[in-house]
Design a protein around this ligand. Structure first.
Ligand code: UVW
Length: 323
């Protein structure tokens, strides 16, 4: 891992640094061959510091079980789990068989080749469509030993609802960057460089408690409704200038959904192809948030070990927060 001097990196207002690179992009900042974007903010030093946040040995699983959403949201496939028996060999032994598994069927990190910039026909750092399809660049294997460091929970749902905003998480309501900052202040927490930020929007709790017909309807993409982050320039400026390594959330698409897939101002475009900033979706932050509210400690060690799939487009997070 190359050593990174956080202070030497350009501010968002100074981007792009590379001639010809699109507005709002950090292409070239981590080198022309970089494959991991903002995960560069996770450093050995950051891991050592994150380990110091482990004080009580409490572990919180952050992804939902496979097939937690039934049907899976937005038209993704249901995973078929069957058993392979070895009894015919005289062995009392069994294997799992997962068929039809979509790495984005539930809790997930969006990889940097999951979404590109349609007008530019380009992915993070200028990777081409062929680079992506031929598995030459940006696969999740580049993260195989990466997503470990300081995690920070922003419980913006709790903050807003306790401060007079009424929110229906199952509608495309937006949280502004000012609300995220205010939530942090209310938590007494600080956004330090090299953090993986997890935002609790209230969506997961609302979805899990929703009636069966609401869940059934959300199996079709056109029926998914979800609160999320405001996809503003100010939002990504704040994330980049604070050297956020990735942003996860308990909602469908991090940003409010539906959004216009052709809109270059969508967070999926501002973050994935332009900044190499991975988005984490459908995390389950409920137990962690309850514990953080109890002990007022919103930071923890985050350990997320993605699938080691060469050329993968996304991965379940396989994530835990450790306090
Ligand atoms: C959508 O916007 C459909 O989200 P995802 O990143 O899961 O594709």
């Amino acid at each position: 891992m190359a050593k990174i001097d956080f202070n030497q990196l350009p501010k968002f207002s100074q981007l792009p640094i590379k001639p010809g690179a699109p507005d709002g992009s950090n292409w070239g900042v981590f080198g022309d061959d970089d494959q991991i974007g903002c995960f560069n903010f996770l450093t050995p030093q950051g891991i050592v510091e994150a380990a110091r946040l482990v004080r009580e040995g409490k572990v919180f699983r952050l992804d939902n079980p496979v097939n937690y959403a039934s049907p899976p949201l937005g038209g993704r496939a249901t995973t078929a789990h069957s058993v392979v028996s070895h009894e015919n060999l005289g062995i009392l032994g069994f294997d799992d068989l997962l068929d039809n598994y979509n790495t984005q069927e539930g809790s997930q990190w969006d990889g940097l080749k999951h979404v590109g910039h349609t007008r530019l026909q380009a992915f993070y750092n200028g990777a081409t469509v062929e680079d992506v399809k031929q598995n030459r660049k940006l696969g999740v294997e580049n993260w195989k030993d990466r997503i470990i460091g300081r995690g920070l929970l922003i419980d913006v749902y709790r903050y807003c609802t306790e401060n007079g905003r009424s929110i229906n998480p199952l509608q495309p309501e937006k949280y502004t960057v000012d609300e995220l900052k205010a939530a942090l202040t209310a938590q007494g927490a600080e956004l330090k460089p090299g953090s993986v930020v997890l935002v609790r929007t209230g969506w997961m709790q609302a979805y899990l408690n929703a009636p069966a017909q609401v869940k059934q309807a959300m199996g079709a993409l056109e029926n998914v409704r979800a609160c999320g982050l405001d996809a503003s320039r100010a939002m990504v400026e704040w994330l980049w200038d604070n050297r956020v390594a990735a942003i996860g959330s308990d909602t469908f698409a991090v940003e409010a959904f539906p959004f216009d897939f052709q809109d270059e101002g969508a967070l999926h475009i501002r973050a994935l192809p332009l900044l190499g900033l991975s988005l984490g979706e459908q995390f389950n932050l409920e137990d962690l948030a309850a514990d953080c509210a109890r002990d007022r400690r919103y930071e923890f060690m985050l350990v997320s070990v993605p699938l080691h799939v060469i050329g993968g487009y996304a991965s379940p997070p396989n994530a835990v927060a450790i306090k």
